[in-house]
Design a protein around this ligand. Sequence first.
Ligand code: GLY
Length: 384
Amino acid sequence: MTNAPKKPLSTRRSVLGAAVGLAAAACATGAEARGKPAKRALRNTARRDFPVLVGSANALRGMKLYYQDLVLGSAPLDVAIDVVKVVEADETDHSVGKGGLPNEDGVVQLDSAVMDGRTHNAGSVGCLENILHPSLVARLVMERSDHIMLVGRGAYEFARAHGHEHTELLTEASRKIWLRWKETMSSKDDRLAPPEDQRQGRAKSSAERAELALIDHYLEERVTGTIHCSALAISGEVACTTTTSGLSWKIPGRVGDSPIIGAGLYCDGEVGSAGATGRGEAAILSHGSSAIVELLRGGASPEEAGLEVLRRVTRQARRAAAWQPGLVDGEGLPTFGLNFYVLGLDGQVAGVSLRGGGDYAVAEPENGPRHEPLVALHPPIGEK
Ligand code: GLY
């Protein structure tokens, strides 16, 4: 039986005390790594009462809607999926589900996975097209097949067989961003973007100006956004899900970390849960989520485990830079983003970030759903 009962508070406090001391000794921030003294104590190690949700910043809206269900005793997987479904269906979020930015052919391909600590089972889908809720299909793969992962056409047919509707996921806003990318990526092809004076020149309504600003924003930085949610129920059971439209303009058929069990998410009913957003290739190469859960198993706190895996990612990026120099900057720091969200069975949580900036979302009884700052291993890109 993998379900671990809730530990008595005294046990959790003593575990916490040991973990904080260990973590404080072991964790070097970006500043520390360059020989400066640490400016702050660990922020994520406060004891939490049950139940707990932790995930990416964009999970907050879903947490506000569904945390109460977890309080009332709903299964952690039900709640985690309800949380991410909010963003899967949100056309204004261009990193997940409907409205997500497409691949280089203009087709939205979704990756998603679920894992249930109660059964230590998982399901996932990769390159799924035209289905609104890939997280639900991933759950179907887990519960209604003997497989773990379905991709492409097979995943789509499986979803259709289970009654999921065919849905166009490319919205007008996403199509315009994609077309602008396509038209401006090279001056040596046959696509012509509208001349800048024609684009900017004539009087524009505020809606048109907002649309242009949105397009420019998404061309400046490639989207690797994703949503992750891990849930710890009052019973002590854990579950998690990660879902995404993946890297914008990806090569058709590219599968990121989100549907890879152990990379984009992992949970173990005896230990805890972890999930990733950001550069999927780095989460796959580090097998980041399962590596974090294994560090938790060894006694690390969530923050310590997350930062340790980010240190590995940094070393791995430096080695990979031998053939892909753009992966690290002049100081040897990764040029990409990667975040992990970590949840221990004792209710401790952490949100950690390779290059800083931004928040993660957490919900627990004392303070409810809210954003907390991610703890950064290195300074944000562009900052010293
Ligand atoms: N982490 C999302 C992706 O790389 O696809």
